[in-house]
Design a protein around this ligand. Structure first.
Ligand code: FAD
Length: 427
């Protein structure tokens, strides 16, 4: 038995068990361990491990700071990021996060996740969290006071672990959502992503490495690209679309991805000398939801709750936000206070997720590209858009947060007289 766990009737006991050592799990683990609780993180893989989701939003920096992980992340020397650039045919636009409406950090990083995630979980360990790698959670018994997990250790042993509270940060594993029947379909369409890492060798003078580049396919509806440069001369490149469209582009995923990239003139030019350094990956049907984000003795964090869509790089921000929001509530509950998980966790977390969802829907139905590419957009409106795209989706002072759908509709309508009207060429 280790020093951080007690043993009762042959079953180990901790204060908080956390499933998954990604950003959501690491943030919650760091916060709770720093508060003096016995925290055990159960992670099925061995770190460092690849993960997709490499472009952060400035709002993340606040959560990293508050959870005591900013210095650990900073030591990674990651690529500086100050905004998002967009291209479609011969149109281009850039959103600068430092010009955002909401207060808070205006810059962030683009990170190879294997390194970033390892730094975060090591930061949580340094604050006192115990992490078991190679340890897979297989079953769960919810209970308001003593929820219990079944797991298989790295050595292949079946074990049980009792906690006073369980946080599920298992990402696409969605462990508790599946085991407790909370998993449900997303309202967003199922899409497919193909991606790789390249040594980018970009020598184009007007290319800005400080921004993610999001491109829209010149003809194909709903197909878009990302280019996320790292600080070491490599970059993450990907394409998103419906599966049938992507599969028509080649015989295997690598061929399909390169073929799709060559169809977009800006990407074709930027990546003309690029050398692929990681096998092509594929993820599909990743948008997922749950009917509830908590239950007796547990709560769902990050992707283990809801995942929307990669287009605005909101995933890690939502993951960190959820860990940052849940951790103090767990601490309060464990010292005997009553916590209303619905009004104090689920509703506030969902408010920001709902904002991002409105933006995602507006992206795919063409309203948001029309707004973004409208060069005549007043500076104040641009600052409100910038704030949401910088991750400040919980700032109700921003009219684009407080009434996202109505405002996006109005802005899209007022953008119809611009040179550029995606309504006639929906993306
Ligand atoms: P994860 O980072 O997935 O961590 C979950 C951990 O749980 C994993 O390490 C896993 O091994 C572990 N686990 C799973 N099952 C078990 C089990 N049974 N027992 C123990 N451990 C388990 N987000 C961004 O912010 N920026 C982007 O640019 C971006 N791009 C994306 C592109 C694509 C194509 C997709 C699909 C997503 C993208 N995302 C992006 C989203 C991002 O990948 C996720 O939102 C983010 O990684 C979620 O973090 P998390 O901590 O919730 O889960």
């Amino acid at each position: 038995m280790d020093s951080s766990a007690a043993m009762v009737s042959g079953i180990e006991q901790v204060d908080v068990a956390i499933i998954g050592a990604g950003p959501a799990g690491a943030a919650a683990a760091a916060w709770l361990a720093r508060a003096g609780l016995r925290v055990r993180v159960l992670e099925q893989s061995q770190f460092p491990r690849f993960s997709i989701g490499e472009s952060l939003l400035p709002q993340c920096m606040q959560y990293l700071h508050d959870c005591g992980l900013l210095a650990a992340a900073e030591a990674g020397g990651f690529q500086y990021k100050d905004g998002a650039a967009f291209c479609w045919r011969d149109e281009s636009a850039a959103i600068l996060f430092t010009e955002k409406f909401s207060p808070g950090p205006g810059t962030t990083w683009q990170v190879p996740r294997a390194d970033f995630d390892q730094r975060l979980i090591e930061g949580a360990q340094a604050l006192g969290a115990e992490v078991l790698f190679g340890c897979k959670v297989t079953d769960f018994a919810p209970d308001a006071r003593k929820p219990r997990l079944c797991l298989i250790t790295a050595e292949g042993q079946k074990q049980q672990l009792e906690a006073r509270f369980v946080l599920d940060a298992s990402g696409y594993g969605r462990v508790l959502a599946r085991l407790t029947g909370l998993a449900c379909d997303s309202v967003l369409e199922s899409r497919c992503a193909l991606f790789m890492h390249v040594e980018d060798r970009i020598d184009t003078a007007d290319y800005d490495r400080n921004k993610i580049l999001i491109g829209i396919h010149p003809q194909l509806t709903g197909v878009w690209y990302w280019l996320i440069p790292f600080s070491d001369g490599r970059a993450s490149v990907g394409v998103v679309g419906d599966r049938a469209t992507l599969e028509q582009a080649g015989l295997d995923d690598a061929e399909r991805l390169w073929a799709m990239l060559r169809q977009e003139p800006r990407y074709a030019e930027l990546l003309k000398n690029a050398v692929q350094v990681r096998d092509t990956g594929r993820l599909e049907g990743y948008s997922a939801a749950v009917t509830r984000l908590h239950g007796p003795g547990f709560a769902l964090l990050g992707n283990a709750g809801e995942f929307l869509d990669p287009v605005f790089s909101s995933g890690v921000t939502i993951a960190l936000h959820s860990g940052w929001l849940a951790a103090p509530l767990v601490q309060r509950q464990l010292v005997g206070e009553t916590v209303d998980w619905q009004s104090e966790f689920e509703q506030p977390l969902r408010a920001g997720v709902d904002t991002f969802r409105e933006f995602v829907q507006a992206w795919y139905d063409g309203r948001l590209p029309r707004i973004i590419f409208n060069q005549r957009q007043p500076a104040r409106i641009r600052s409100m858009i910038s704030a949401v795209l910088a991750g400040y989706a919980w700032d109700n002072q921003n009219p684009l947060v407080a009434a996202s759908r109505r405002r996006l509709n109005a802005l899209a309508q007022s953008s119809t007289d611009s040179r550029f009207d995606l309504a006639r060429h929906p993306c």
